[in-house]
Each structure stands twice: as C-alpha cells, then as structure tokens.
Design a protein around this ligand. Sequence first.
Ligand code: NAD
Length: 267
Amino acid sequence: MRYYVLDRGDQLSVDLAEQFHKLAAQHHFTLDAESPEIVISIGGDGTMLHAFHTFINHISDIAFVGVHTGHLGFYSDWKADELPELIELMSRSVTSEHANPRIVKYPLLELEVQKKSGTTSYIALNEFTLKGVDGTLVAQIDINNQPFEMFRGDGICVSTPSGSTAYNKSLGGAMVHPSIEALQIAEIASINNRVFRTMGSPLLLPKHHYCDIFSRKDQRLLLTVDHNNIPIDDLISVRCQVSKQKISFARYRPYPFWNRVRSSFLG
Ligand code: NAD
C-alpha cells in the first residue's frame, strides 16, 4: 500500500506520525509523497483541509483517513491511541480482498473566480466565503442566470454538505447529509431594513444549479476557500456549483455522519 502522512506539527501529532511510519514499515507499506493511495491526516479538521488541498490534483486516486489529536475532529474517525488498530485494519485490507475499507464519497464545491486580471478556479471541501474588507459587501446574486437578490452585509458563505457543520453552522445554516449532492448559501450579517432586503434564510441548491455572485461596487474583498485566504480587489464575479469531483474517505469501520455530528457537538 502506498501511503502518505500529514501531521499538524504539534508534538503529539508529530510523534503519532512517527509511530505510524514505524508500524507501516512493519506491514511493508510504502511511503509515497507523489502518488499515495491513502493519505492519513493526523491533527484536526484543519489538517484534513490541508491534506485535501495538498493533493487536490490527485483526489480521484486517493482515499483520506483522519486521526484526531485535539478536541474536535469532524473529518477524523480515529483517536490518537487507536493507531495500532488502524494499521492492523489497513494491513488486512491489503492481504484480504474481503476486508477492503468502505470508500465513502462526499460532494465538493467548485468555484470560478472572474477578476479583471484573469480567471481562477478553486475546489472547496468545507466552504468558500466572500467578505468585504473595508466595509459592507455589495453583491448581486443570480441563481441559474436569473437575478435573485442584491446583497449588502458582511459576506456570503457557500458550503458543501460536509462543510455544513463548520462555518455554515455558526451562521444558522442547516446540517446537510453528505449523500445529498447540494451546496448551501448562507448570509453573514446581511443588512435588512425598509431599503435593503435579502432572503435571510439559507438556501440549498441541488447539483447542476449554479449561483453567480457579482461584485457591485469597487471594493476590496477577502475570498476564503476552506483555510486559505485570498485578497481580491478587482472581482467581477464568482460562479459556484456542486463539483463533478468528490473526496473519498476510507472507512475501516463504520462511523455514520449523524453519529459524527452527535459526538462532535453534543459529546
Ligand atoms: P480554525 O483553527 O479556526 O478551526 C475552526 C473550527 O472549525 C475548528 O474547531 C475545526 O475543528 C472546525 N471545523 C473545520 N471543519 C469542520 C467541519 N467540516 N465540521 C465541523 N467543524 C469543522 O481553522 P482551520 O482549522 O484552518 O479550519 C478552517 C475552517 O474553519 C473553515 O473551513 C471554516 O469552516 C471554519 N471557520 C469557522 C468559523 C465560524 O464557525 N465562525 C469562522 C471561520 C472559519
């Protein structure tokens, strides 16, 4: 098995990565930074986001596994003290065709950012946000080429189903099961009064629908794509839709989404 490990960089995560390499060598796994089959993220959700973006150009060939060393690991099935059990199950999956991991695929979000200086595409695992830097974001929102609303407020958050439990949740968005191929648009502190009006409720768009966000004033903006911050001062528009690509997670034991939600948020 070709594998790669990314750790968060804190002492516990570094030690666990070291332990993983030792156990992996005993089971004849091959460390491969170029084309791994399995990528193990050791740390927190931020580490998984980092792992995802590191291998973004190979995600159709990779399955991810998360080990968490902090308090909350939404993308992580495994605790720090369970590493030997994980390796044992991984090794069985190589030696027995009946013990393969279940591959669970989650939808992703793709966005095309059109600027006066050029166009760039991104893929998000959690979400992207668009926020005003100097003040209110002023943007026209179209859905499927039809004008929907003029937005004024702090910003807009567009999330994937698995990202719906992250920033989107703090904005009052719904938690969406990742078997539902959809994106969710949530407002960040919109201005609503007699003059300015937005829908106010989070919106769920199915696969094949798309949303365009047009900048409607000269404004310095901050685009975030998961943990990455991208300042933009010449935005024309952002088009977003459910991506054709998906992320794969290798499940060596079941951990249903709603159990994950309950244990992450209710304990
Ligand atoms: P960070 O260290 O600020 O982590 C933010 C928190 O979000 C962590 O507790 C992390 O465990 C949690 N988180 C990340 N993905 C999650 C998911 N899919 N489901 C549930 N919780 C999740 O930043 P980071 O580690 O670099 O992560 C970046 C993420 O932080 C962004 O993708 C965004 O979702 C989240 N974020 C949340 C808020 C908010 O809730 N107000 C604000 C900014 C960023």
